[in-house]
Design a protein around this ligand. Sequence first.
Ligand code: AMP
Length: 194
Amino acid sequence: MKLILLGPPGAGKGTQAKTLEQRFDITQLSTGDMLRKAVADDTSVGRIAKDIMERGDLVPDELVVSIISERISAADCANGFILDGFPRNVSQAQALDKMLAQKDIKLDAVVELEVDDAILIDRIEKRASETEGGPRADDNAEALKQRLAVYHEQTAPLIKYYSERGSLRGVDGMADIDVVAGQIAEVLQALPEV
Ligand code: AMP
């Protein structure tokens, strides 16, 4: 099973990706997690990404595209993967299409976690106050709001991109975590050849 999980920051992509990992024995590929590790390890990639991430902006496309291209071919992805946080804009989506065609990999679905903006902002503010001084440097209210703005400007156009290609499946992301997980599983089981 090869999936993309799409949705704004705070929609619960990471949590759902972890559930899907277990359920389908596939690998979560979170560019955010990989970049945070690069920052923590102070690698050359991490040094480029650090300030950009703290602001809530997107790191350069070439950087994430090459990370994903390498990861997707690794042995632990042979049974499938969930792209969590990638692609983030149309240019990344086009690079992904090219990469998958070259590797002869077919995407099964793009699952969109649909969430209400007002509720999201509320969650974002709560998360920012709960995690102040916490592990994520981009978990302050300002950076979170910037990430939401970036989502609308750059990532939301992917909903149209994938819906035109017939691969988009929407799920109500506002329900309880278990309910959302159940809905995603249902959507995936309804796909042909899964
Ligand atoms: P996330 O954990 O997915 O919310 O990502 C955290 C931060 O990492 C984002 O706000 C971006 O700065 C950066 N990032 C993660 N994935 C990407 C991507 N595909 N393209 C550009 N920047 C990304």
